[in-house]
Design a protein around this ligand. Structure first.
Ligand code: 13P
Length: 256
Protein backbone atom coordinates (compact mmCIF):
# COMPACT_ATOMS: atom_id res chain seq x y z
CA UNK A 1 0.00 0.00 0.00
CA UNK A 2 1.20 3.52 -0.69
CA UNK A 3 1.33 6.46 1.75
CA UNK A 4 -1.99 7.55 3.23
CA UNK A 5 -3.02 11.19 3.37
CA UNK A 6 -4.56 12.38 6.62
CA UNK A 7 -6.19 15.81 6.53
CA UNK A 8 -7.47 17.85 9.48
CA UNK A 9 -10.41 20.06 8.49
CA UNK A 10 -10.88 22.40 11.43
CA UNK A 11 -13.87 24.16 9.80
CA UNK A 12 -15.01 27.22 11.83
CA UNK A 13 -13.32 26.05 15.03
CA UNK A 14 -10.35 26.63 17.36
CA UNK A 15 -8.55 29.74 18.55
CA UNK A 16 -5.01 31.00 19.16
CA UNK A 17 -4.67 29.26 22.53
CA UNK A 18 -5.90 25.87 21.35
CA UNK A 19 -3.91 26.04 18.13
CA UNK A 20 -0.78 26.73 20.12
CA UNK A 21 -1.39 23.68 22.37
CA UNK A 22 -2.20 21.52 19.35
CA UNK A 23 0.92 22.51 17.42
CA UNK A 24 3.22 22.15 20.41
CA UNK A 25 2.07 18.57 20.88
CA UNK A 26 2.15 17.84 17.18
CA UNK A 27 5.77 18.96 17.05
CA UNK A 28 6.72 16.74 19.99
CA UNK A 29 5.15 13.61 18.61
CA UNK A 30 4.68 13.59 14.88
CA UNK A 31 8.11 12.94 13.38
CA UNK A 32 8.04 9.15 13.86
CA UNK A 33 4.60 8.84 12.23
CA UNK A 34 5.30 10.58 8.95
CA UNK A 35 7.12 7.76 7.15
CA UNK A 36 3.92 6.32 5.72
CA UNK A 37 1.68 9.38 5.96
CA UNK A 38 1.20 12.75 4.36
CA UNK A 39 -0.40 15.06 6.93
CA UNK A 40 -2.27 18.27 6.11
CA UNK A 41 -3.86 20.79 8.47
CA UNK A 42 -6.62 23.07 7.15
CA UNK A 43 -7.38 25.78 9.73
CA UNK A 44 -9.69 28.72 9.28
CA UNK A 45 -8.19 31.31 6.87
CA UNK A 46 -7.30 33.72 9.64
CA UNK A 47 -4.95 31.18 11.23
CA UNK A 48 -3.26 29.90 8.06
CA UNK A 49 -0.04 31.85 8.44
CA UNK A 50 0.24 31.10 12.17
CA UNK A 51 -0.11 27.37 11.52
CA UNK A 52 2.28 27.45 8.56
CA UNK A 53 5.07 28.95 10.66
CA UNK A 54 4.86 26.03 13.09
CA UNK A 55 4.41 23.14 10.65
CA UNK A 56 6.67 24.24 7.84
CA UNK A 57 9.75 22.46 9.15
CA UNK A 58 7.84 19.41 10.44
CA UNK A 59 7.00 18.09 6.97
CA UNK A 60 3.33 18.71 7.63
CA UNK A 61 1.45 20.63 4.94
CA UNK A 62 -0.96 23.55 5.04
CA UNK A 63 -4.47 23.30 3.62
CA UNK A 64 -7.18 25.90 2.99
CA UNK A 65 -10.90 25.22 3.35
CA UNK A 66 -12.03 27.26 0.35
CA UNK A 67 -10.89 29.78 -2.25
CA UNK A 68 -12.59 32.57 -4.17
CA UNK A 69 -12.62 32.34 -7.96
CA UNK A 70 -11.25 35.85 -8.39
CA UNK A 71 -7.54 36.46 -8.08
CA UNK A 72 -7.94 40.03 -6.81
CA UNK A 73 -10.27 43.02 -6.79
CA UNK A 74 -13.40 44.30 -5.11
CA UNK A 75 -14.66 41.12 -3.44
CA UNK A 76 -15.10 42.01 0.21
CA UNK A 77 -14.46 39.21 2.67
CA UNK A 78 -12.92 36.78 0.18
CA UNK A 79 -9.52 35.08 -0.06
CA UNK A 80 -7.75 34.55 -3.38
CA UNK A 81 -5.59 31.69 -4.57
CA UNK A 82 -2.61 34.08 -4.74
CA UNK A 83 -3.08 34.93 -1.07
CA UNK A 84 -3.30 31.24 -0.16
CA UNK A 85 -0.07 30.52 -2.03
CA UNK A 86 1.56 33.55 -0.44
CA UNK A 87 1.07 32.15 3.07
CA UNK A 88 2.24 28.63 2.27
CA UNK A 89 -0.93 26.71 1.35
CA UNK A 90 -0.35 23.48 -0.66
CA UNK A 91 -3.80 21.84 -0.57
CA UNK A 92 -7.26 23.39 -0.98
CA UNK A 93 -10.50 21.66 0.03
CA UNK A 94 -13.16 22.31 -2.60
CA UNK A 95 -16.79 21.29 -2.89
CA UNK A 96 -17.27 20.40 0.76
CA UNK A 97 -20.94 19.60 1.37
CA UNK A 98 -21.11 22.45 3.90
CA UNK A 99 -20.17 24.91 1.15
CA UNK A 100 -22.53 23.25 -1.32
CA UNK A 101 -25.32 23.56 1.26
CA UNK A 102 -24.68 26.84 3.10
CA UNK A 103 -23.16 28.79 0.20
CA UNK A 104 -25.18 27.29 -2.64
CA UNK A 105 -22.05 26.12 -4.44
CA UNK A 106 -23.00 24.28 -7.63
CA UNK A 107 -21.05 21.56 -9.42
CA UNK A 108 -20.20 24.17 -12.07
CA UNK A 109 -18.75 26.66 -9.58
CA UNK A 110 -16.85 23.88 -7.84
CA UNK A 111 -15.39 22.73 -11.17
CA UNK A 112 -14.14 26.28 -11.82
CA UNK A 113 -12.56 26.45 -8.36
CA UNK A 114 -10.99 23.01 -8.90
CA UNK A 115 -9.52 24.23 -12.17
CA UNK A 116 -8.19 27.43 -10.58
CA UNK A 117 -6.48 25.43 -7.83
CA UNK A 118 -4.84 23.06 -10.33
CA UNK A 119 -3.78 25.87 -12.66
CA UNK A 120 -2.13 27.52 -9.67
CA UNK A 121 -0.13 24.34 -8.98
CA UNK A 122 -1.86 23.62 -5.68
CA UNK A 123 -3.58 20.32 -4.93
CA UNK A 124 -7.38 20.28 -4.77
CA UNK A 125 -9.15 17.98 -2.32
CA UNK A 126 -12.52 17.54 -4.00
CA UNK A 127 -15.33 16.43 -1.68
CA UNK A 128 -18.08 14.29 -3.19
CA UNK A 129 -20.93 12.34 -1.67
CA UNK A 130 -24.64 11.82 -1.36
CA UNK A 131 -27.31 12.93 1.12
CA UNK A 132 -29.31 10.53 3.27
CA UNK A 133 -32.31 10.75 0.90
CA UNK A 134 -30.16 10.17 -2.15
CA UNK A 135 -28.65 7.11 -0.50
CA UNK A 136 -32.11 5.78 0.35
CA UNK A 137 -33.14 6.28 -3.28
CA UNK A 138 -30.03 4.38 -4.40
CA UNK A 139 -28.65 7.43 -6.21
CA UNK A 140 -25.17 7.52 -4.67
CA UNK A 141 -23.29 6.58 -7.82
CA UNK A 142 -25.33 8.94 -10.04
CA UNK A 143 -24.67 11.85 -7.66
CA UNK A 144 -20.94 11.17 -7.58
CA UNK A 145 -20.78 10.75 -11.36
CA UNK A 146 -22.43 14.17 -11.80
CA UNK A 147 -20.01 15.72 -9.33
CA UNK A 148 -17.05 14.30 -11.27
CA UNK A 149 -18.47 14.90 -14.75
CA UNK A 150 -18.59 18.70 -14.49
CA UNK A 151 -14.88 18.61 -13.70
CA UNK A 152 -14.10 16.26 -16.59
CA UNK A 153 -16.11 18.54 -18.90
CA UNK A 154 -14.04 21.55 -17.89
CA UNK A 155 -10.60 19.97 -17.62
CA UNK A 156 -10.66 16.90 -19.82
CA UNK A 157 -9.53 13.36 -19.14
CA UNK A 158 -6.45 14.31 -17.13
CA UNK A 159 -8.50 16.33 -14.65
CA UNK A 160 -7.77 14.18 -11.63
CA UNK A 161 -4.01 13.87 -11.99
CA UNK A 162 -2.30 15.53 -9.00
CA UNK A 163 -5.52 15.89 -7.10
CA UNK A 164 -7.36 14.18 -4.27
CA UNK A 165 -10.96 13.10 -3.96
CA UNK A 166 -12.62 12.76 -0.57
CA UNK A 167 -15.74 10.61 -0.43
CA UNK A 168 -17.78 12.27 2.31
CA UNK A 169 -21.37 11.00 2.50
CA UNK A 170 -23.34 13.92 3.92
CA UNK A 171 -25.25 11.69 6.34
CA UNK A 172 -21.99 10.63 7.99
CA UNK A 173 -20.60 14.13 8.59
CA UNK A 174 -20.81 15.37 12.17
CA UNK A 175 -23.38 12.74 13.09
CA UNK A 176 -21.18 10.27 14.94
CA UNK A 177 -22.49 7.67 12.49
CA UNK A 178 -19.60 6.85 10.21
CA UNK A 179 -20.29 4.85 7.08
CA UNK A 180 -19.56 1.13 6.91
CA UNK A 181 -15.92 0.69 5.80
CA UNK A 182 -16.95 -2.10 3.39
CA UNK A 183 -19.46 0.28 1.78
CA UNK A 184 -16.85 3.08 1.57
CA UNK A 185 -14.33 0.69 0.03
CA UNK A 186 -16.85 -0.16 -2.69
CA UNK A 187 -17.67 3.50 -3.40
CA UNK A 188 -14.01 4.51 -3.47
CA UNK A 189 -13.33 1.66 -5.90
CA UNK A 190 -16.27 2.85 -7.99
CA UNK A 191 -14.81 6.40 -8.08
CA UNK A 192 -11.42 5.10 -9.21
CA UNK A 193 -12.94 2.83 -11.86
CA UNK A 194 -15.14 5.64 -13.15
CA UNK A 195 -12.21 8.04 -13.48
CA UNK A 196 -10.12 5.36 -15.16
CA UNK A 197 -12.94 4.55 -17.52
CA UNK A 198 -13.44 8.22 -18.42
CA UNK A 199 -9.75 8.82 -19.02
CA UNK A 200 -8.13 6.57 -21.59
CA UNK A 201 -4.93 6.23 -19.57
CA UNK A 202 -4.89 4.09 -16.46
CA UNK A 203 -4.59 6.52 -13.58
CA UNK A 204 -3.00 4.28 -10.97
CA UNK A 205 -2.37 7.27 -8.81
CA UNK A 206 -5.93 8.38 -8.13
CA UNK A 207 -6.20 9.18 -4.43
CA UNK A 208 -9.59 8.74 -2.76
CA UNK A 209 -10.02 9.45 0.94
CA UNK A 210 -12.99 8.99 3.25
CA UNK A 211 -14.48 11.57 5.63
CA UNK A 212 -17.41 11.46 8.06
CA UNK A 213 -17.33 10.91 11.85
CA UNK A 214 -13.81 9.52 11.88
CA UNK A 215 -12.12 9.11 15.24
CA UNK A 216 -9.29 7.08 16.75
CA UNK A 217 -11.66 4.18 17.46
CA UNK A 218 -12.90 3.66 13.91
CA UNK A 219 -9.94 4.94 11.83
CA UNK A 220 -8.24 1.57 11.58
CA UNK A 221 -11.20 -0.17 9.96
CA UNK A 222 -11.12 2.38 7.12
CA UNK A 223 -7.38 2.69 6.71
CA UNK A 224 -6.97 -1.08 6.30
CA UNK A 225 -8.95 -1.00 3.06
CA UNK A 226 -6.83 -0.86 -0.09
CA UNK A 227 -8.96 1.78 -1.84
CA UNK A 228 -9.27 4.14 1.11
CA UNK A 229 -6.15 6.21 0.63
CA UNK A 230 -6.56 8.43 3.67
CA UNK A 231 -8.99 10.33 5.84
CA UNK A 232 -10.51 13.80 5.95
CA UNK A 233 -11.11 14.33 9.65
CA UNK A 234 -13.43 16.98 11.10
CA UNK A 235 -14.16 17.28 14.81
CA UNK A 236 -11.68 14.60 15.95
CA UNK A 237 -8.87 16.58 14.31
CA UNK A 238 -9.32 19.43 16.80
CA UNK A 239 -8.05 17.26 19.63
CA UNK A 240 -4.32 16.70 19.21
CA UNK A 241 -4.43 13.36 21.05
CA UNK A 242 -7.14 12.03 18.74
CA UNK A 243 -5.47 13.36 15.62
CA UNK A 244 -2.04 12.02 16.55
CA UNK A 245 -3.57 8.65 17.39
CA UNK A 246 -5.24 8.50 13.96
CA UNK A 247 -1.91 9.31 12.28
CA UNK A 248 -0.15 6.68 14.40
CA UNK A 249 -2.76 4.06 13.48
CA UNK A 250 -2.29 4.86 9.81
CA UNK A 251 1.48 4.62 10.11
CA UNK A 252 1.31 1.32 12.02
CA UNK A 253 -0.91 -0.27 9.37
CA UNK A 254 1.53 0.59 6.62
CA UNK A 255 4.63 -0.39 8.64
CA UNK A 256 3.49 -4.00 8.86
P1 13P B 1 -16.60 15.07 11.04
O1 13P B 1 -15.34 14.25 11.13
O2 13P B 1 -16.74 16.05 12.15
O3 13P B 1 -17.79 14.21 10.82
O4 13P B 1 -16.44 15.97 9.71
C1 13P B 1 -16.07 15.35 8.52
C2 13P B 1 -15.81 16.40 7.52
O5 13P B 1 -16.73 17.06 7.08
C3 13P B 1 -14.42 16.62 7.12
O6 13P B 1 -14.35 17.46 6.02
Amino acid sequence: MRKKIIVANWKLNSNIKNISIFLKNLKLNISSYLKYNTVVIAPSTIYLERVYKKINNLNVFLGAQDVNLNKKGAFTGETSILMLKDVGVKYVIVGHSERRLFHNESNELIAKKFSLIKNSYLIPILCVGESKDEKRRNQTKEIIKNQLNTIFELLGEKAFINSIIAYEPIWAIGTGLSADPVYVESINKFIKDYINHYSSNNLEEIIVQYGGSINSKNAQSFLQKPNIDGLLVGSASLDYKEFLEIIKISNDILCK
